[in-house]
Design a protein around this ligand. Structure first.
Ligand code: GLN
Length: 409
C-alpha cells in the first residue's frame, strides 16, 4: 500500500459544519439506549399525543389527496394557524402571505435564518442556546454574538442589560433570536425583558426571530407567580419586524410529526419562503390536515397539558432537590437545568461531561451536558439538563436510580 492509502482521508463534511459533529440529542439518545439508561436527555415525550389528532391524520391519509401541499402550507392549516393567532396575539394576519408551514420548528429556524440573514451579518443569540441556532447561523455564513443568561443566587436566569445593548449595537446585526419559554433554562422572558429587547430591535433596525415552541407549557404557581407567555410580535411596532416560530410537536406531544410554522409580515415571510421552497418545498400533506384539526382544540386542552407537565416537573424537582442539585423550578418548557456541583464534588467528578457520563454509565440515567449550548463553555460546566416530559413511571424509575447518588454511588 502506498503512503497515501494509509493516511486519514480529509473530512468530507463541508468546513462550515465540521465544528458541529453529531447533535448532542442524537448522541445521548444512542448512548442511553446502549446503556439501557432511563432517557431524561433528548426532549421528547415518551407517551403518545391525543387520539383525536391521530384519528384526524388517519382520515386525512385515507380520504384526502396525498400529493404535494402548496409550498407555503395547506390552506386549511395556514387558516387554522391564523385563527389561533387572532386569539393568542389579538391580531389578524393573512394566512396566504404571513404563514409558512415547515418541517418542524427546526426547519422554520433554518428557513428564517437562511432566507433573511446575509453572509457576514450577525445574529444575537442568548446562551445557553438550542444547538441548531448556531449551526443555521454558520450555514448562512453569518456570525453569532452570544449574550449570556446567568443564574442568580436562587438559580433564576437573566441577562445583563448592558451586555445585550452592546451586542445589539454591533455593526452588521441583522437579527436577535429569542426563545421563550426557554430551552434549556426553563426561563419565561418577562414583559420588561422583552420590551428592552424590542426597544433595541427598533433602535438598531434588527429583526426578532422568536422560537415559541413551549408557549403552552408555562407553569404559573407559587414558584413562578408572574410566569406568563408574552409574544414579541404583540409588543408595540414589533409585528412588522418579528418572525414567530412555533410547532405542533411540544403542544400535542407529537414531536415525530415535524410540523412547524413561521408567522411573519409579508416582506419577511417572502424571505422565509425563498429558503423553505428549496429546503423541503412542502411538508407531509395528511399531517398538515391533521395539524389543522389539532389547532381547533378547546382551550381546556392546553390548561390540562400544562397541569400534567407541571406535576411531572414537581415529581422530578423534589427528587433532585433532595439529592443536592440546586435550581429554581422552571417557569416553562420541558427541562430542569440544575447546578450539580454539590453532587459532583461528593463524587469527585469535574464537570457536566463527567457527570453526564457517570449518570449514563453508572447510575443508568441519561441527561444532557449543557456546555454544548454555550460559546463560553465554562458557564455550562456546573450544570446538567434533565427532561421531565416523561411519564410518571419513567420519572419514578429515574428517581429511584438517582437515589443511589445519596450514598455516593
Ligand atoms: N428540542 C429537543 C431538545 O432540546 C430536541 C430536538 C432534537 O433532538 N432535534 O431536547
Amino acid at each position: 500500500m502506498t503512503q497515501s492509502q494509509h493516511a486519514t482521508p480529509p473530512p468530507a463534511t463541508a468546513t462550515r459544519l465540521q465544528a458541529f459533529g453529531t447533535t448532542v440529542f442524537a448522541e445521548i439518545s444512542r448512548r442511553a439506549l446502549a446503556a439501557q439508561a432511563v432517557n431524561l436527555g433528548q426532549g421528547f415525550p415518551d407517551f403518545e399525543g391525543p387520539d383525536f389528532v391521530k384519528d384526524a391524520a388517519e382520515r386525512a391519509l385515507r380520504d384526502h389527496p396525498n400529493q404535494y401541499a402548496p409550498l407555503a402550507g395547506l390552506p386549511v392549516l395556514t387558516k387554522a394557524i391564523a385563527d389561533r393567532w387572532r386569539e393568542d396575539a389579538k391580531a389578524t394576519i393573512d394566512p396566504a402571505n404571513e404563514v409558512t408551514v415547515t418541517a418542524g420548528c427546526t426547519e422554520a429556524i433554518a428557513a428564517t435564518i437562511l432566507g433573511l440573514v446575509n453572509p457576514g451579518e450577525k445574529v444575537v443569540v442568548f446562551e445557553p442556546f438550542y444547538d441548531s441556532y448556531v449551526a443555521c447561523i454558520a450555514m448562512a455564513g453569518a456570525e453569532m454574538i452570544a449574550v449570556a443568561l446567568r443564574p442568580d443566587a436562587e438559580g433564576r436566569f437573566g441577562f445583563d442589560a448592558d451586555e445585550l445593548a452592546r451586542a445589539m449595537a454591533t455593526p452588521g446585526v441583522r437579527a436577535v433570536l429569542v426563545n421563550t419559554p426557554h430551552n434549556p433554562t426553563g426561563k419565561v422572558f418577562s414583559a420588561p425583558e422583552l420590551q428592552s429587547i424590542a426597544e433595541l430591535c427598533k433602535k438598531h433596525d434588527v429583526i426578532a426571530i422568536t422560537d415559541e415552541v413551549y408557549d403552552r407549557l408555562v407553569y404559573r404557581d407559587t414558584h413562578n407567580p408572574d410566569a406568563k407567555h408574552i409574544r414579541m410580535a404583540t409588543l408595540p411596532d414589533m409585528a412588522q419586524r418579528t418572525v414567530t416560530l412555533n410547532s405542533l410537536g411540544k403542544t400535542f406531544s407529537l414531536t415525530g410529526w415535524k410540523i412547524g410554522w413561521a408567522i411573519a409580515p409579508p416582506h419577511l415571510s417572502a424571505g422565509v419562503r425563498a429558503a423553505h421552497q428549496f429546503l423541503t418545498f412542502a411538508v407531509a400533506t395528511p399531517l398538515q390536515r391533521a395539524a389543522a384539526a389539532a389547532l381547533g382544540v378547546d382551550d381546556s386542552y392546553y390548561a390540562q397539558l400544562a397541569e400534567t407537565f407541571r406535576a411531572q416537573r414537581d415529581l422530578l424537582a423534589e427528587a433532585l432537590e433532595g439529592l443536592g442539585f440546586r435550581f429554581a423550578r422552571p417557569a416553562g418548557g420541558y427541562f430542569i437545568l440544575a447546578d450539580h456541583t454539590q453532587v459532583s464534588q461528593r463524587l469527585g467528578l469535574a464537570d457536566d461531561l463527567a457527570m453526564c457520563n457517570h449518570l449514563i454509565e453508572k447510575v443508568g440515567v441519561a441527561t444532557i451536558p449543557p456546555s454544548v449550548f454555550y460559546v463560553r463553555k465554562e458557564l455550562g460546566r456546573p450544570l446538567l439538563r434533565f427532561a421531565f416530559c416523561k411519564t410518571e413511571q419513567t420519572l419514578r424509575a429515574a428517581v429511584e436510580r438517582l437515589g443511589g447518588l445519596k450514598t455516593g454511588q
